[in-house]
Design a protein around this ligand. Structure first.
Ligand SMILES: NC(=O)c1ccc[n+]([C@@H]2O[C@H](COP(=O)([O-])OP(=O)(O)OC[C@H]3O[C@@H](n4cnc5c(N)ncnc54)[C@H](OP(=O)(O)O)[C@@H]3O)[C@@H](O)[C@H]2O)c1
Length: 263
């Protein structure tokens, strides 16, 4: 299948680890030029160097951003577009949510996390749109989360953050469709990044289980009985960015082994 991704230009936020890193590696393998946006300068630079060494035919730059600070977002998008010479794909991956019960979440955490997602994602997209409009295959891909559709234990914050992301995805698909820009979300279930370890630990604590028993309990909720790997998400991010996904917009695809119960 020709995905027509070679020499496309992408910005990925949250690229230095977890799912974002997996998307960066998958895009590099398809010949996409990359701006890796992250807060952790060292981790971003190391990854950019690793990718540039493995794929000398692509341009790969590390760009600092602190999504809680809007001026850095504008500067990071401009710097990325300047370095890449244009923009075809924006992947908004940075984010997360404080895991815990309502009374366990510190007051300041609410604002901090919402500033990254969905607010940071909205600001990133706003800055990127003028450049995406110049592309002949423009894509926005937002990494949401299944808890946005179906809240679960410890997800009083992940619910609204990811629900907001789904809603913005739909609204922007409507608004940007006339410019040929597709906007979609990928909703991961519990994925094996460092957040998986946190989830196992909290599940063990709350249910007085060993970590092994907690992991077994979490997997029992997943019909396929598997932990989602970052590569399960990045494979879909490759397809959604490709020419073959030209008719897909305004939707959110769960990658959760079937855990979400609703249709
Ligand atoms: N893993 C899961 O189970 C799961 C499930 C559902 C949804 N998701 C979503 O998938 C996305 C990636 O998750 P992940 O598990 O890969 O997370 P992760 O390993 O915790 O990585 C989060 C990324 O976001 C960046 N980030 C956080 N706050 C930032 C800020 N203020 N400014 C700039 N960058 C910031 C982090 O940068 P630093 O390294 O500098 O902190 C890091 O690169 C998130 O949006 C998350 O909500 C994940």
């Amino acid at each position: 299948m020709d995905l027509a991704l070679k020499n496309r230009k992408a910005i990925i936020s949250g690229a230095n680890r977890g799912i974002g890193k997996s998307i960066a590696l998958a895009y590099a393998a398809e010949g996409v030029h990359l701006a890796l946006l992250g807060r952790n300068r060292e981790a971003c630079s190391e990854l950019a160097q690793e990718i540039a060494k493995a794929h000398p035919q692509i341009k790969c730059v590390a760009v600092h951003v602190e999504l809680e600070e809007p001026p850095t977002i504008k500067r990071a998008v401009e710097e990325s577009v300047h370095a890449l010479g244009g923009l075809d794909i924006l992947v908004n991956c940075a984010g997360g949510a404080y895991r815990g019960k309502l009374t366990e979440i510190p007051e300041d955490a609410w604002e901090r996390y919402f500033k990254v997602k969905p607010l940071g994602l909205i600001r990133m997209t706003r800055e990127a749109v003028p450049y995406l409009r110049k592309s002949d295959q423009p894509r926005v891909i937002n990494i949401s989360g299944t808890r946005g559709r179906e809240p679960g234990p410890q997800s009083v914050m992940a619910g609204p953050i990811n629900f907001g992301t789904l809603s913005v995805t739909k609204a922007l698909a409507n608004e940007l469709g006339p410019f040929g820009i597709t906007v979609n979300a990928i909703a991961p279930g519990s994925t094996r990044t460092r957040r998986w370890d946190e989830l196992v630990t909290l599940t063990a604590r709350d249910n007085k289980l060993s970590e092994k028993e907690a992991e077994a309990r979490l997997l029992s909720e997943v019909p396929l009985g598997i932990v989602i790997e970052p590569e399960d998400i990045s494979d879909l991010a490759v397809f959604l960015a490709s020419a073959r996904a030209r008719a897909i917009s305004g939707t959110a695809i769960n990658v959760d082994g079937g855990r979400t119960r609703s249709i």
